[in-house]
Design a protein around this ligand. Structure first.
Ligand code: ADP
Ligand code: MG
Length: 145
């Protein structure tokens, strides 16, 4: 599928750490944009799951962050970067079920340790970079097949 757009479409959202009432706002806006563009529903689901998990991680772990998406006729790139504690051991953080979420976050239903693995599973290209004490950047590309 190739999207019939003349120019790339991009947008940025601020994400505030700890603001659970805003949870999912950026990924929901992106989901609606993709529906309007007529993107295949299965692809929208993959993009939305991956984006939502990344957005939640900023809300849960970081002070603040930003979500940026860039849509071309044949793919979408979503980049989420934050100012936060960073991740000491990325390999460990990527393992299914690994979570450092505090109890109060678990009580809200988060902290299953599946966010990063699900981002990787749903993205065609998944990159994560982190500097302890500075922040984390996740970049995902999903192709429109
Ligand atoms: N943006 C981030 N900033 C700091 N730590 C993070 C970030 N994203 C993930 N982590 C770390 O990686 C772990 C695993 O993340 P994830 O797979 O999304 O599971 P969960 O959020 O349920 O713990 C988190 O518990 C946390 O320790
Ligand atoms: Mg998570």
């Amino acid at each position: 599928m190739v999207l019939n757009i003349k120019e790339p479409i991009e947008e940025s959202f601020q994400i505030i750490g700890g603001n659970f009432t805003q949870a999912g706002e950026a990924s929901t806006r992106l989901k609606h944009a993709l529906f309007e563009l007529g993107v295949d529903e299965k692809i929208i689901r993959r993009i939305t799951i991956a984006t939502f998990e990344a957005e939640m991680n900023v809300i849960i772990y970081a002070a603040a962050g930003r979500l940026h998406y860039y849509i071309t006729p044949d793919s979408i790139t979503v980049k989420i970067d934050d100012m936060g504690p960073g991740i000491e051991n990325i390999e460990l953080a990527m393992q299914e079920g690994y979570s450092t979420a505090p109890d109060w976050v678990r009580e809200l239903g988060w902290g299953a340790g599946m966010g990063l693995p699900n981002m990787k599973k749903n993205a065609d290209i998944f990159k994560i970079d982190s500097v302890v004490g500075e922040g984390t950047t996740v970049e995902m590309v999903i192709n429109f097949p």
